[in-house]
Design a protein. Structure first.
Length: 169
């Protein structure tokens, strides 16, 4: 059973601010969660996560089979994921970076994929992105927390994830 969808920023940013060598106990607990099979990612997000270095990157690579929700694989409703992905892409097309000249300050297709996965599985997304709607800069921009809010999906930061999981440094 999957409990969380993970965006790359959900690990990459915490690794920058809480490096593995200074917080080995924290990261060992995170690796346990990664390897437990309770975290879901799309192929696109996995490819980004697999670029992380150190023991966290190794944990991700080692756990590919448990992490990646493959379209066509048995055991999950991938047709719902495909339906949600297409709907979300259409609904938020004007905010998707690839549709608006590759602008970096708005949501990308990989981010859309993880939101659609979370929607289809009914679980939260863990990311470190910050809402642009809350900041008042929302005219033509959306980030993961904004799409999650609009879609009724819980958005968690790494700290929220740690608290829910009882992870301590």
């Amino acid at each position: 059973m999957k409990d969380y969808c993970l965006d790359t920023s959900g690990l990459s940013h915490p690794l920058q601010h809480q490096p593995e060598d200074l917080f080995p106990r924290l990261w060992a607990q995170v690796h346990e969660r990664i390897e437990s099979g309770r975290i879901a990612v799309t192929e696109e997000i996995y490819e980004e996560l697999a670029l992380l270095t150190g023991t966290t990157g190794a944990s991700i690579v080692r756990s590919k089979t448990n992490l990646v929700m493959r379209v066509g694989a048995p055991g999950w409703n991938y047709s719902l994921y495909l339906t949600e992905s297409a709907r979300i892409q259409t609904t938020y097309a004007r905010f998707i970076s690839e549709n608006v000249g590759g602008r970096r300050d708005t949501i990308g297709m990989n981010d859309i994929s993880i939101v659609a996965l979370a929607k289809s599985l009914g679980i939260p997304v863990v990311s470190m992105e910050v809402s642009v709607m809350a900041s008042g800069r929302s005219g033509t921009k959306r980030r993961i927390p904004d799409i999650c809010r609009s879609e009724g999906i819980d958005h968690l930061t790494f700290t929220d994830f740690m608290r829910r999981e009882g992870i301590t440094a």
